[in-house]
Design a protein around this ligand. Sequence first.
Ligand SMILES: Cc1cc2nc3c(=O)[nH]c(=O)nc-3n(C[C@H](O)[C@H](O)[C@H](O)COP(=O)(O)OP(=O)(O)OC[C@H]3O[C@@H](n4cnc5c(N)ncnc54)[C@H](O)[C@@H]3O)c2cc1C
Ligand code: SF4
Length: 342
Amino acid sequence: MNQFAVAHTRTIPEAASAASVTVAHAMTMATDGAGRTQLSVVKAGGIDLLDLLKEGLLAPTRVVNLNNVPGLGEIIEEEDGAVRIGSMATLASLAALPILRQRYPALAGALAESASPQIRNVATLGGNLLQRPRCWYFRSHAFHCLRKGGGHCFAISGENQYHAIFNNMPCAIVHPSTAATVLVALGATVELMNTAGTKRQLLLEDFFVPVERDLQRENDLQPQEILTAIRLPKVGPSLRMVHIKQGEKDSFDWPLADVAVVLDLSPDSTCKRASIILGAASPVPHRAKSAEAVLAGKRIDEGMAAQAAHAALDGATPLSKNAYKLSLFETLVRRAILKAVA
Ligand SMILES: Cc1cc2nc3c(=O)[nH]c(=O)nc-3n(C[C@H](O)[C@H](O)[C@H](O)COP(=O)(O)OP(=O)(O)OC[C@H]3O[C@@H](n4cnc5c(N)ncnc54)[C@H](O)[C@@H]3O)c2cc1C
Ligand code: SF4
């Protein structure tokens, strides 16, 4: 790992000004003669950032620490019933938060199942959504692949068992954030602020960048911009939500597949609206539109859940070693729907 200075900032615009680029930009930019990129990047909990530094994938001259910026970790219940989560709130604090456990149990559960207790104590929700992909070729200094500015994807013809089954050309990463699967299903929005203190807000689903739009970044974070908050819309009593994660092992690890189902049910259990998102399936959280359409306006029983689960795989193009994900996702979607209406 290279030597770097640490900047401690006290306001969000100050932090945005101190950070010259995003990590995604930094990883594809040219370096100076000494092989060091003259750049400063943001650190939240530092779990993912320090991994990249230790692997020699990034060598900034300065790291901008967000830990001392007041208010960035605040959780506020807003007047309209929405919940605004400051980007620096840790995964552990959120998983234990009563308002999340009561109103957004699928999110609290997904956070409690992400990584290990030690990591959850340090990792922030903002950093979790902005973490870089886990593709082992991407994480290895030895492979200068497309996403790092190279000319080739090593996974498509190589070891692709953990890779995408949708929209996987020419890069087959899966989005690494487990929380994102649920947040997209809930219709969460993100709030960002620039050096002038100007805010912009957008749906989290639109914040993520599909490969056809840009191969080298997973989200629309701009240089000199800070992710300040994640806003959860108000949930009414007719909303049911479930998240199921399947890993290779029960202890800490990213999922092989995970599914979030949010259903708006009428009193006679007719589905007014369904939101079904597959995680670890595609470079961005994948909306299973055909499955949602199967459920809309129907009373849900076992047959209907099975039909929707089958439709969730519409458009899948598995690679040489990940076709096992098809039946895995079908099972998880069916289970999640039935659990939501139980
Ligand atoms: C063994 C292990 C298992 C794991 N399992 C899972 C899992 O099951 N599910 C899962 O989702 N994750 C998992 N993770 C990933 C982990 O949760 C993330 O690395 C962590 O949440 C990142 O958060 P952080 O606060 O440490 O971010 P950092 O490492 O500090 O930052 C991550 C990125 O976001 C940028 N950034 C951070 N905050 C901001 C901000 N507010 N504004 C602008 N830019 C910002 C940084 O510049 C950096 O690029 C696992 C990690 C490990 C090591
Ligand atoms: S899947 Fe993407 S990140 Fe992985 S090797 Fe291919 S181009 Fe690189």
